[in-house]
Every structure is written in C-alpha cells, then in structure tokens.
Write a protein that binds this ligand. Structure first.
Ligand code: AMP
Ligand code: ZN
Length: 451
C-alpha cells in the first residue's frame, strides 16, 4: 500500500507524492528553548520521528530541518528574569533538549537551525515583502505583514478575511494570539526596553525578528522555496503556520508546503498540557513515577497521532509494563532469521495508512504470540518493525530489572551447582519461581526471565 497522509490543508487523507522522488524535504517547528521541553512538546517530536521513520521505511531519503527558537518573547522574558545573557540561557535548554531527544530514540534531524544564526535571511525576506507591498513599517518602527493584501490568508486554519472584526485594523506585536484577534502581525519588532540588550542593528532598524518569520526564512534557506512536509502540534495551525504561509508565499511566489501535518494534544484533565497552565510534566518528572522515556514513547504509539491523549499515571505505568514485557519476549528470541513477509506487509499497510501505530503495535503482540512463526523469524520481524517504532529493542543489551533477592537466589544456585549440590539447586529454583521468575541453564550460564 502506498503511503497516505492526512493533510491539514485539504482536511483529507492524501496519497503521498513528494516534489522529487530523490529526496523528501521535511521541516519541523522545533522547541522554544526557555525551559525544559515538556512531554506534550515531545508528543510533537515523537510524531515527527515516526513520520520520518515511515518515510525511510518506504525507501525515501529525507532531508529534515528542525529549528531551535532561541529568540522570541519568552526567551527574552525569562533570560532577563534569571539575569543571564540570552545565548547562555538558551544554550542550556538546547542541550537538555538534545539529551531528552536521545533518550526518546528520536532520530536527530539532519540540520538544526538556530534562529539567531539566520537574522540576515529574515531581514532579506522582510525587505522583499516590503518591496512587494505585503508589509509596511508601523509608527512604532516595527514592520508588519498586511493580512488583507494576501487574499489566501486563512487557507490553512480556514479563517476568512471577511470575518475580520470591524476594529481589526490594529497591529499585533506579540507572537501568540487567538484567531478572533487576527490582525496585522509583526515581522520585525522595533527595540523597546523589555528587550534589554537583545537587538540587532539592521537595515530595518534596531530590533529583532518576530517568531513567525524565523521559520519561513530558515525553511526557505535550508530546504528551498517549496517543501514537501511541515509538521507541528495543532496549536501551531493558527497563527504560526498561517503566518508562515503568508510570509513565504508572498516572498517567493511559490507554494510553500505541500503537506501540512499536525499532531493532536497531550491533555491533562482534558486541558492541553502547557507551561502557561502549569499542568506539565518533563521526562525527569516521569522518572519519579517509574516511567522511562521509552515507556512514554510506547504510550504515545498506542494512540493515533490525530487523537488527543489524556495523561494518567496508570496508563503510563501500564505502557512501561508492556515495554518491559516486550523486552523480555525479545530477549527470549533466537538470532539468524529473516523477517516474515506476511507480517511486514501487514505492518506496512498499517503505518502507511496515515501512521497507524496502534494497529501496528497490536500486530506486534500478535506476532509474538503466533505459534506458527519460528523464534528467529519473530526476532527479525520485530527488528524490522522497530525501524519505525524506535522502542530500543535493537540495543545491544536490554537490562531487565531483576529484584535483588532473585539475583541473590540465582547466585546461590550457581554456587550450589558448582558444588554439584543439585538438591539445593532445585530448592533455590523453586524459590526463584515463587518470586515470579524462571531460570534456565544455558551455555553462557543461567538466564533469568519473568514467568
Ligand atoms: P513550543 O516549544 O511551545 O513552540 O512547542 C513545541 C511543539 O510542541 C509545537 O509543535 C507544539 O505544537 C507542540 N505542543 C505544545 N504543547 C503540546 C501538547 N500539550 N500536546 C502536543 N503537542 C504540543
Ligand atoms: Zn515554526
């Protein structure tokens, strides 16, 4: 089955046909590095990772760019609050982001672009928009995009220019706002005292870029005027992505993105997990409830990326238990097989149907229970599935946590066997089993697994 993806632009599942068969161009709106990313943010990055892995699984090459927003309203506000310079402040959280990414088995993007490294490209794009008549300088010295000039404004979020409020002739300098408040938005923000020491002296005056222009300029610079896929969470549809389209298409005259893809939110008590609501958890918080980063990743895969998922400690711990069971099952399997063609075909059908990970996971458990599939075949098939799942089962050694008392009993049993005291060895085996573990004697010594 060919790859089919849901495109927010058309609100339909479409056949995926990239601009060039040689390479798929993919842009993901990356983190604003003013704090640790929370697990809601990581839903967006795990989703982009599953998408990328699915593209690889289908034989595409992928050129993936992710930006790091190291300059915006929030990074400035919080760096000043902490008395740190912006660079030092944002570098700390950028590093933390990369660490979390690795613990989640998210494949690194080919290119990470820091917004502060692309100021000249942003200025150039804004100058183009001014010369095209789509942007103008306000009385405060900031440059604004004139949304009424761009007749397609609203095509992604289904916002109608005709619905603009009567009084919507003001301008918005802040980056985030609701659809009801749509107005001309800032491309370049003239310096004011809230910016402290953060500014650039450019042809547009002393100031700094708006958030939306950052992604337009970086995407066009690194991937070209038109790209295949752009991802982010649904909260970015308006205004961020709507504004990205306006800026890019008015500057280049070309279609900016072919497929817009958005993940639904991770919720807490049916509200979006967010820093502003204070209802957020980091990966570090999950450790405290014994949920590993990959347990969290497993949990995400149990849901469709286009459905909201509600945070509960119980379901996350359930996912952690399932992941451990998977590791145990994997450890029992033999090497030397090749992947089962029927299973891999069914797997591909599920993931190619707009990234159907819940069905693909169910198939994985069916495979593990299937008595008609040889152990080595199962292992090879599981490793094939894992190219998309990224659940860490391909790591050299998977540690299964065995309680200390069971380890001690196993050590005593080993000693008993070395002394040829088989009666004691059998008693110890029974004790180990009473703890819920089974011990097997192999060429390489004892092997312990859960019953
Ligand atoms: P930010 O760092 O705020 O720009 O957000 C980074 C990414 O996380 C964006 O793609 C957001 O859409 C996404 N995001 C933020 N909150 C959530 C959430 N609760 N659930 C899923 N995605 C989210
Ligand atoms: Zn963006």
């Amino acid at each position: 089955m060919l790859l089919k993806l849901y495109n927010t632009l058309s609100r339909e599942i479409e056949d995926f046909k990239p601009n060039s068969e040689k390479e798929v161009t993919l842009y993901t709106c990356g983190p604003t590095v003013y704090n640790y990313a929370h697990i809601g943010n990581f839903r967006a990055y795990v989703f982009a990772d599953i998408l990328k892995r699915t593209l690889f699984y289908n034989g595409f090459n992928v050129k993936h760019v992710m930006n790091i927003t190291d300059i915006d309203d929030k990074t400035i506000r919080d760096s000043i609050k902490e008395g740190k310079n912006l660079k030092e402040f944002t570098e700390f959280y950028t590093k933390a982001f990369y660490e979390d990414r690795d613990s989640l088995e998210i494949m690194p993007a080919g290119i990470y672009t820091k917004a502060t490294d692309f100021i000249p490209q942003m200025v150039k794009m804004i100058e183009k928009l001014i010369s095209n008549g789509y942007a103008y300088k306000g009385e405060d010295g900031s440059v604004y995009f004139d949304i009424r000039k761009y007749k397609e404004y609203g095509k992604l979020s289904r916002f109608k220019l005709s619905d603009l409020k009567e009084n919507a002739d003001g301008r918005l300098k802040k980056d985030e706002y609701e659809k009801e408040n749509a107005q001309d938005f800032a491309l370049w923000k003239a310096w004011d005292e809230n910016d402290g020491e953060v500014f650039w002296e450019t042809a547009l005056g002393k100031g700094r870029p708006g958030w939306h222009i950052e992604c337009s300029a970086m995407s066009v610079e690194e991937l070209g005027d038109s790209i295949d896929i752009h991802t982010g969470g649904v909260d970015l549809i308006f205004p961020h992505h709507e504004n990205e389209i306006a800026q890019s298409e008015c500057a280049t005259g070309k279609e900016f993105v072919k497929y817009w893809m958005h993940n639904e939110h991770l919720l807490v008590d049916n509200k979006k997990m967010s820093k502003s609501l204070g209802n957020y958890y980091s990966l570090r918080d999950l450790e405290k409830i014994n949920v590993s980063p990959l347990g969290f990743r497993y949990w995400l895969l149990t849901a469709d990326y286009r459905s909201p998922i509600n945070f509960t400690i119980e379901t996350l711990q359930g996912a952690e238990t399932a992941l451990k069971r998977l590791y145990e099952a994997y450890n029992e399997l033999e090497d030397g097989g090749i992947a089962d063609a029927t299973y891999t075909q069914e797997f591909k059908n599920y993931i190619n149907d707009d990234l159907g990970t819940p069905k693909a996971l169910a198939l994985m458990w069916k495979l593990l229970k299937d008595e008609n599939v040889a152990s080595a075949t199962k292992k090879a098939t599981l490793l094939d599935f894992n190219k998309v799942f990224g659940l860490g089962i391909d790591k050299e050694k998977i540690e299964i946590e065995i309680p200390d008392e069971v380890v001690k009993l196993a050590q005593d049993r080993e000693y008993a066997r070395s002394q040829k005291d088989f009666a004691l060895s059998d008693i110890l085996r029974a004790k180990i089993e009473a703890h819920g573990y089974i011990v097997k004697d192999t060429d390489k010594g004892q092997k312990i697994s859960k019953i």
